[in-house]
Design a protein around this ligand. Structure first.
Ligand code: C2O
Ligand code: CU
Ligand code: CU
Length: 437
């Protein structure tokens, strides 16, 4: 849904309320009040290419203030869409920036101070796909909706009248739904036409983590939060906490049906109890292969022409900062819109050492940058966590050492956020702010 204006790719997004049926999760005929962008639930997939200038015309047709944040995007802080860029009811906002990062599956969602969980639960979220020089030449499934499929995974709980339950009444780690939606659909099915299908998995749930797996074959991971890995990585299962993404390729035989499942989440070999957001198992998506499948090539891609400029080097790090997450606090403090927690120098490479100092995990996210996980408790990270990332599940008590660089955009007056992406935690204070100066 974009148009070109003087070389700028312009998207229009209107946040508005609506309703839709989530049968069979609700009684037949029941309809659910929802919010969406340009429609009744979720929003259109936005797409742009590295090097493009983009702008978004956001209109807020909702009865309350919201904001729209571009999760995973490298962009000026004033365009970031965090809690300082609230759009009043009836108001509008037009952020503009230049896409300057590798191809990746990003997303957008509201970020109003203290109300992000309910705005996402009501239905506001969408995918933002970036392409680059590699995706133009790679041998990868890339026909959108055919063999390159967005898979936005969310859980919901329905009240008897069909409406969404919007509060977990204080339960940790926030509301956990008993119904899984994919792209807003209960019991989703995808008809597979080619031998290989690329699924762009996005955990857009507010609290729940998933562990995606197929019954009898590996998933081939090709990309994480911030873009393509160095090489395809076969995995038995891939775990995603709120905010994380992974692109995987599924190979199928003609005529077969496969169920993508979510198994109980594991942390360091320990099953995550339900209270931490992932103790249950679910069917997520049914994949039905046609009686004859069109061939598709072995996935391969070349290094990007930008690879050297994008690379992060530990020897460049000029600062190490420690962050301890506990309860609703980071380093003993709750979010305060008037307090800046860190000032980073433009162009600096830094190490951020982050840890959940309690018995539950947190999903740690940093705006503006894609980081590299150097180590987990001093050991190299597992290969699925080795690529560029912006969100990571912090297993309890472990120290994650993250390497990141703050390029291009200095602005002492507009902070970026870092926070837990379990949205109740974020809303209740587990967030801090940094400026780049
Ligand atoms: Cu996806 Cu600060 O958020
Ligand atoms: Cu973000
Ligand atoms: Cu948390």
């Amino acid at each position: 849904p974009s148009r070109l204006e003087d070389g700028v790719r312009v998207f229009a997004l209107e946040a508005r309320s609506g309703e839709r049926s989530f049968a069979p999760a609700t009684a037949p005929g029941a309809s659910t009040p929802t919010w969406g962008f340009d429609g009744d639930f979720l929003g259109p997939t936005l797409r742009a290419v590295r090097g493009e200038d983009v702008a978004v015309e956001v209109e807020n047709g909702l009865p309350e203030a919201t904001s729209v944040h571009w999760h995973g995007m490298h962009l000026p802080a004033a365009m970031d869409g965090g809690p300082h860029q609230e759009i009043p009811a009836g108001g509008s906002w037009r952020p503009a920036w230049t896409i300057d990062q590798p191809a990746a599956t990003l997303w957008y969602h509201p970020h109003p101070h203290g109300a992000t969980e309910t705005h996402v639960l009501r239905g506001l979220a969408g995918m933002f796909i970036l392409d680059d020089d590699r995706t133009a030449t790679a041998a990868l499934p890339s026909e959108y909706g055919v063999d390159d499929v967005p898979v936005i995974v969310q859980d919901r709980r329905f009240a008897d009248d069909g409406g969404f339950v919007l509060s977990g009444d204080g339960a940790e780690p926030g509301l956990l739904g008993d119904t899984v939606l994919v792209n807003g659909t209960v019991g989703p099915v995808h008809e597979v036409r080619r031998e290989r299908t690329r699924l762009r998995l996005l955990n857009a749930s507010t609290a729940r983590s998933y562990r995606f797996a197929l019954p009898d074959r590996p998933l081939t991971m090709i990309a994480g939060d911030g873009g393509l890995l160095d090489a395809p990585l076969p995995l038995d299962a891939i775990q995603l906490s709120p905010g994380e993404r992974a692109e995987v390729i599924v190979e199928m035989r003609a005529g077969e049906t496969l169920r993508l499942r979510s198994e109980a989440v594991e942390l360091g070999g320990v099953l995550l109890p339900g209270a931490s957001g992932g103790g249950d198992a679910f069917d997520v998506l049914e994949l039905r292969a046609a009686e004859t499948l069109e061939p598709s090539p072995e996935p391969t891609w070349e290094p990007s022409a930008h690879a050297e400029a994008d690379a992060l080097h530990e020897t460049d790090a000029v600062e190490t900062r420690e962050f301890e997450l506990n309860g609703r606090e980071i380093n003993g403090e709750r979010m305060d819109l008037g307090r800046v927690d860190a000032a980073v120098e433009l162009g600096a490479t830094e190490l951020w050492a982050v840890r959940s100092t309690q018995a539950i995990p947190h999903s740690f996210h940093v705006h503006d940058v894609q980081f590299r996980i150097l180590s987990v408790d001093g050991a190299p990270p597992p290969p699925e966590l080795a690529g560029r990332k912006d969100t990571v599940l912090l297993e309890p008590q472990r120290r994650y050492l993250l390497l990141m660089r703050f390029d291009d955009y200095a602005d002492p007056d507009h902070p970026y956020m870092f926070h837990c992406h379990m949205l109740l935690h974020e809303d209740e204070g587990m967030m801090g702010q940094f400026v780049v100066v």
